[in-house]
Design a protein around this ligand. Structure first.
Ligand SMILES: C[S@@+](CC[C@H](N)C(=O)[O-])C[C@H]1O[C@@H](n2cnc3c(N)ncnc32)[C@H](O)[C@@H]1O
Length: 236
């Protein structure tokens, strides 16, 4: 765990992520995986986030013809799960880490060959997709790293289909959760750069960005959270 006035070389395990730091130059392998350690972290997250993914996706309805985007696709396991459901549709993944883009492509090579999955390099702040493209956008264990949450939520809103496109934010950590990982993350948020929101703040974030039918669901025992919102037709 971080101690004293700076970071010394170390490995820390937090919510399935590996944080590697050296004094004054913390590199967080969860926020932007790089190099061999990034590859290791992505491999680890593919299994450690699997149950959380299933729980979060259980709160939304998906149809087999849906066009879906996974933002911050990381190691690519969520893209695989979505592709298995959207048998007549297509799943896109986007991530600003070269390592994550490569890992997601590797995990989904079969789906990519079949034309069912496409992975792009890009930031949530400037998504490489046209307006109104997606029936569903998923974002797993990533939104707390986004550089401008209100603006980035509007950018996601832009690419969603008006009149029913759905966004689901899923995380195993949030402000106020009664878990050791959440308390640890809150304590060191200023060093890691995480923007942790409470349950109410998640609701406000979605509502203020224009989403309707907003729901924030907690799995209190595990400290998991899921925020769901739809793009209404009036805001198209
Ligand atoms: C903790 S990992 C989660 C990966 C995957 N969603 C999962 O659940 O295993 C966060 C991912 O979000 C990506 N990410 C963070 N900020 C981003 C941004 N501004 N734009 C695009 N991707 C971002 C990181 O590169 C990383 O791959």
């Amino acid at each position: 765990m971080p101690t004293g006035s700076g970071w010394s070389p170390r490995l820390d395990y937090m919510t399935g992520c590996t944080i590697v730091g050296s004094r004054n130059t913390p590199v967080n392998q969860c926020s932007r995986p790089t190099g061999w350690f990034g590859r290791f972290t992505l491999w680890r997250m593919n299994s450690s986030h699997s149950k959380l993914t299933d729980w979060g996706l259980g709160h939304i309805s998906m149809e087999n013809h849906h066009t879906i985007l996974d933002v911050g696709c990381g190691g690519g396991r969520t893209v695989s799960k979505l592709a298995a459901i959207a048998t007549q549709g297509k799943v896109y993944g986007v991530d600003y880490s070269d390592e994550s883009v490569a890992a997601t492509k590797g995990t989904n090579v079969r789906w990519i060959d079949l034309g069912r999955v496409e992975i792009r390099h890009g930031s949530v702040s400037d998504l490489p997709f046209p307006d109104g493209m997606f029936d569903l956008v998923t974002a797993l264990e990533t939104h707390f790293w986004w550089p401008n949450l209100p603006g980035d939520m509007r950018e996601v809103f832009r690419v969603m289909k008006p009149g029913g496109g759905t966004l689901v934010l899923i995380a195993e950590i949030y402000k106020g959760a009664n878990t050791m990982a959440a308390r640890f993350a809150e304590k060191y948020a200023s060093r890691t750069g995480m923007s942790l929101l409470s349950v109410n703040e998640h609701g406000e974030l979605l509502t203020n960005a224009g989403y309707s039918d907003v729901q924030v669901i907690e799995e209190r025992a595990k400290g998991w959270i899921s925020g769901v919102g739809r793009k209404p037709i009036a805001n198209s």
